[in-house]
Design a protein around this ligand. Structure first.
Ligand code: ATP
Length: 332
């Protein structure tokens, strides 16, 4: 659906130093996919979204949407619609008028507009709110109107720029599954921008992890979680233990990555054998899980996450163990 070929983008600042926002980015986003651009602040994800939408032009490279090069197309001529972080609803218009806006711009017949407004209001579960003004809605409801407005013209691609960041945690979780449902129901390709790795893992069919204008890794959430390609991805996605080879008596040039849920901590007094010995330095109760921080004899620190709680106390001497097949070795 979207083919990004060697796209670069830099901005000139006042002192004429170029900021390289995107470096030679290549990406394929498939039809009917929930795709996420994930990375820390400033990594270039919003810039990439704005290039797809047509609000910015690349310095080099090409973008094809549904098979056509879109270089010459202004935003309103692209088969794409955007949900902005701020929602950008028109305050003086009712919910129904907001949703109808895009179709009216396209001179769609009134009967079609009415039908789409009804349909999308139902889709986002806001039947009965058609005549309200945005100011008379909660944040979560305004978010739904913004999504309905973007979906009403039936774009091929929906771009979502940090759409949930203004919502509180509980509402955000609810909207995550709502957006996922909307993507499945409509079959429209969704491209989400977020810096929240949990959100990306929960919602996406595939994720592109970005840093400093580069795409570091593209894959399914499971793929990226289980097989991070480098230290940055391992550290950014989920919780991870990055253990220097030297601390485990191995090649000091390599780092081992092990997820906390794969690390078993046992009392040293059991005579249990493990990969390393240490002492429990902190215990955090998380409800269903307990998190143990262990300082190894060699000085490295690691975290273990387990269901329920082993009978351990802070200061206890322990051995740590994990299965060889959960280790990932990183050269950098
Ligand atoms: P955030 O999550 O903070 O929005 P982001 O990953 O979306 O970050 P971008 O907004 O794409 O990052 O910005 C990428 C880089 O390009 C940053 O260094 C940013 O300062 C710079 N940049 C973006 N837009 C402009 C602009 N119009 N002029 C100058 N520099 C810009």
């Amino acid at each position: 659906m979207i083919d990004i070929q060697s796209v670069s983008k830099s901005f000139l600042t006042r002192d004429a130093d170029p900021v390289h926002a995107l470096n030679d980015v290549c990406l394929e986003i498939y039809d009917n996919e929930f795709f996420t651009l994930l990375g820390p602040s400033g990594c270039g994800k919003t810039t990439l979204l704005r290039l797809i939408a047509g609000f910015e032009a690349p310095n080099s490279g090409a973008i094809r949407i549904a098979g056509s090069d879109v270089a010459a197309l202004p935003p309103q001529k692209r088969p794409v619609n955007t949900v902005f972080q701020s929602y950008a609803l028109f305050p003086h218009m009712s919910v129904a008028e907001n949703i109808a806006f895009g179709l009216e711009m396209q001179n769609a017949p009134k009967s079609l507009i009415d039908e789409r407004v009804r349909e999308t209001l139902e889709m986002v579960r806001l039947e009965g709110f058609a005549t309200r003004r945005p100011a008379q809605l909660s944040g979560g409801q305004q978010q739904r109107v913004a999504v309905a407005r973007a979906l009403a013209p039936k774009p091929s691609v929906l771009l979502l720029d940090e759409p949930l960041s203004a919502l509180d945690l509980k509402l955000r979780k609810g909207m995550q599954s709502e957006l996922k449902r909307l993507q499945r129901e409509t079959g429209i390709t969704f491209v989400l921008v977020t810096h929240d790795q949990e959100e990306a893992l929960a919602m996406s069919d595939r994720i592109a992890v970005m840093r400093g204008g580069d795409v570091l890794q593209v894959g399914t959430p499971r793929d990226i979680y289980d097989n991070p390609q480098d230290r940055f991805v391992a550290d950014f996605i989920g919780e991870s233990n990055l253990l220097p080879g030297a601390a485990l008596g191995r090649d000091p040039a390599k780092t081992i990555v092990v997820r906390p849920e794969h690390i078993v901590v046992s009392p040293a007094s059991d005579g249990a054998r493990g990969h390393a010995r240490g002492a429990v330095s902190a215990i955090t109760f998380l409800g269903s899980d307990t998190l143990y921080e262990v300082v190894l004899e060699e000085g490295a620190r690691l975290h273990s996450r387990s269901r329920g709680g082993a009978a351990l106390a802070t200061g206890d001497r322990v051995v740590v163990h994990w299965a060889r097949d959960v280790e990932r070795e990183l050269a950098n």
